[in-house]
Design a protein around this ligand. Structure first.
Ligand code: FES
Length: 285
């Protein structure tokens, strides 16, 4: 089951539990507290008071009761032996309906929130093996991507991987082997380099500049060549990268689980200069 499905199930569970809690609280607000008379009882009481007529027999009985109470001797506390207190039997008392509902609501809410937290935690710790950013993302066929970056605009954007894919020139491979992380070399030997879209300066998304054939950040003007090497602006290094795997069937997979830090300032393995006007100003060099 994917992380998205787990989170979805957890969210549905929390919504259901929230509805149960709401209904329970709404019912609770109708009751004014322990020992209060219901509205129906109060109404019946008023009606009976207004219509009740004491019979003479009842009046006599009442008078006899009053006389008995006032004429009998009062039993003092000293006359009676103290009765030791014993705690009430919880089983005999039982649990009221309201107590049961309150406890059930709290228990269900706690269980729901616990499930949600556990699912989120597991999804965070257990990134999906394929399909989403943070894992291995298939982005297309090698021949189609190569065709697009070589004969099209020069740039292929893989939105699910938040990655630009561009061509890496074969003649620059000897320099790349010295300058780049070894995890990137299989992709470069296949003719591609995957560059993370996030600017290493302050994190803006860096767009391509079709006229210069560079990446140029609109936030503060950092510029990078087509393989993400720093060419100008305040960024502290070249753009970060991801490793590329090409399956035996020719499918290109970008491993976004590990960000490979960009090359240091001054790295220039391809020698590519701006091929036209810059989009955000001139480079520093
Ligand atoms: S965020 Fe790109 S140059 Fe500042």
């Amino acid at each position: 089951m994917s992380a998205t499905a787990i989170i979805l199930i957890a969210v549905v569970a929390v919504v259901i539990l929230g509805a149960i809690a709401f209904l329970s609280l709404a019912r609770k607000s109708d009751v004014r507290g322990a020992g209060a008379l219901s509205a129906e009882t109060v109404q019946r009481d008023k009606a009976s008071r207004s219509t009740e007529r004491k019979s003479s027999a009842a009046a006599e009985a009442e008078a006899a009761g009053v006389a008995a109470r006032t004429s009998t001797s009062v039993t003092t506390v000293a006359d009676k032996a103290p009765v030791p207190w014993s705690p009430p039997d919880r089983d005999a008392i039982g649990v009221s309906r309201r107590q049961f509902l309150n406890r059930a609501t709290v228990a269900l809410m706690t269980a729901g929130l616990g499930t949600f937290a556990a699912a989120s935690f597991l999804a965070f710790l257990w990134p999906s093996a394929t399909g989403g950013f943070g894992g291995r993302v298939p982005v297309g066929r090698l021949d189609e991507i190569l065709r697009e970056v070589r004969t099209g605009s020069g740039f292929f954007y893989a939105s699910e991987a938040r990655t630009w894919i561009t061509a890496y020139p074969a003649e620059a491979l000897p320099k790349a082997e010295l300058a780049y992380d070894a995890a990137m070399l299989p992709g470069m030997r296949a003719g591609l380099v995957a560059t993370y879209q996030k600017c290493p300066h302050l994190g803006c998304r860096v767009p391509e500049c079709l006229s210069s054939q560079w990446f140029e950040c609109g936030c503060h003007g950092s510029q990078y060549n087509r393989v993400g090497e720093h060419k100008g602006g305040p960024a502290p290094r070249g753009m970060d990268h991801f490793a590329i795997d090409v399956s035996p069937a020719g499918d290109v997979i970008v491993d976004t689980g590990t960000v490979i830090q960009g090359t240091p300032l001054g790295t220039n393995t391809t020698g590519q200069e701006a091929e036209g006007p810059n989009c955000v100003g001139e480079a520093d060099h």
